[in-house]
Design a protein around this ligand. Structure first.
Ligand SMILES: NC(=O)c1ccc[n+]([C@@H]2O[C@H](COP(=O)([O-])OP(=O)(O)OC[C@H]3O[C@@H](n4cnc5c(N)ncnc54)[C@H](O)[C@@H]3O)[C@@H](O)[C@H]2O)c1
Length: 368
């Protein structure tokens, strides 16, 4: 099996997770280079993880370290341009979320992907635990039945000081608040489990935090398969939890965790009369591996080995970004938004703030 040459760009908080998770991939990855504009941080990071190639520019890293895969661990506003630079140089990209600040920016990827022959993937590590794979295969099948109703809550707490980092809490640098930056993981998993959404109605407000974006959003979704779901994305919740609950015809599926799960964070409750079929179906699934970055890295290597499209690739990452854009569009226009409606020319295509609509709406309702 091939060992992939990997580089990390941006050596701040999440980069440490990438480095430690790369070390858990059974030697499938060799960390050959790191890049940061902050040289002191770069050197300390590279020393700690034994990385030989150290660069202050992405162009130099690509030319000299020649990585197969580049992990983008930089602030959100840099992801898309750096992704395009890597793809055009022929390096696969694993970008931290959010993949881009707008659908317009994201759509610039497709020509870069076709030019260099390399592929884009977004870090959505919750898709990659065994229990998520099991739930995905059972939802809608004969044992669990049709999904009918769901909820998806990201109830996190971020104090005022959290926003001291210059790129946090602004439309220009982060693209939004908890919808884009925090709940995106959880509703990405909801979409992974339930498939395409059809229509969303949402609200967003700034209740308490010193940001220029929302610190709370709530959405009501209709899915193509008929299921209805609510989504809450909050940074205001002292008892933090990340929850998904899906009620199918014959079983309730529940996941309750915070930043990552093991299989025992999932609970399955059969409907009366369906105990044997539901418990049998769940217990016949492999349920060893939890979620996490290393699980996604390994899935990426397997896809590359087999010459297959990358998991959490551009198409599915775009669907998640489109839902974020639609939540903002609905919240700031007061109308339901249908999937596929936000196209070039739509005010929320070019940015999650909808050409200032978000800023104006939040200013008039802000309680902070
Ligand atoms: N997947 C997850 O669970 C998860 C968790 C936390 C953060 N994130 C995401 O990871 C990304 C980074 O977050 P963080 O908390 O590590 O941020 P951070 O500010 O701690 O680190 C970012 C690093 O990028 C460097 N940088 C800035 N401009 C650069 C450039 N042009 N070239 C190279 N390096 C540059 C900075 O100097 C800094 O060291 C964000 O998009 C964030 O949303 C993901």
């Amino acid at each position: 099996m091939k060992t992939y040459r990997v580089a990390i760009v941006g050596t701040g908080g999440i980069a440490a997770f990438h480095a430690s998770n790369l070390a858990q991939t059974d030697n499938r990855a060799e960390l050959v280079g790191a890049c940061d504009v902050d040289d002191a941080r770069l050197q300390a990071f590279a020393d700690q993880h034994g990385i030989p190639g150290r660069y202050q520019s992405l162009a130099e890293l690509l030319a000299e370290a020649k990585p197969d895969i580049v992990h983008l661990c930089t602030p959100p506003m840099l992801h898309i341009d750096q992704a395009i630079e890597c793809l055009e140089a022929g390096a696969h990209v694993l970008s931290e979320k959010p993949p881009a600040l707008s659908l317009a920016d994201f759509d610039r990827l497709s020509s870069a992907e076709s030019k260099g022959g390399a592929q884009f993937s977004c870090v959505f590590q919750h898709r990659f635990g065994d229990a998520s794979t099991a739930a995905r295969s059972l939802i809608g099948g004969g044992d669990f039945g049709r999904p009918l109703v769901a909820r998806c809550d990201t109830l996190w707490y971020r104090p005022d000081e959290y926003f001291d980092l210059p790129w946090r809490g602004t439309w220009e640098a982060e693209g939004g608040g908890p919808t884009m930056g925090h709940g995106i993981h959880q509703f990405d998993l909801l979409l992974h489990l339930l498939g395409p959404w059809e229509e969303v109605t949402a609200i967003a407000s700034r209740q308490a935090r010193p940001t220029s974006t929302e610190d709370l959003s709530a959405a009501l979704l209709q899915f193509e398969n008929g299921a209805a779901a609510t989504i809450i994305n909050s940074l205001l919740s002292p008892r933090e939890t990340s929850d998904i609950r899906i009620d199918c015809e014959f079983a309730t599926i529940e996941l309750s965790h915070l930043y990552g799960y093991n299989s025992n964070d999932w609970a399955i409750t059969p409907a009366p009369g369906h105990e044997e079929q539901v418990s049998g179906a769940w217990s016949s699934q492999p349920l060893e591996r939890g979620s996490g970055h290393s699980a996604q890295f390994l899935a990426m290597y397997e896809a590359l080995d087999a010459g297959l499209p990358l998991p959490a690739g551009a198409d599915s990452a775009r669907q998640t970004l489109e839902l974020a854009a639609a939540i903002y569009a609905s919240a700031f226009t007061g109308r339901p938004v249908r999937r596929g409606e936000i196209v070039p020319g739509h005010p929320f295509y070019g940015g999650m703030d909808g050409e200032g609509r978000g800023t104006r709406a939040l200013a008039s309702t802000s309680r902070s």
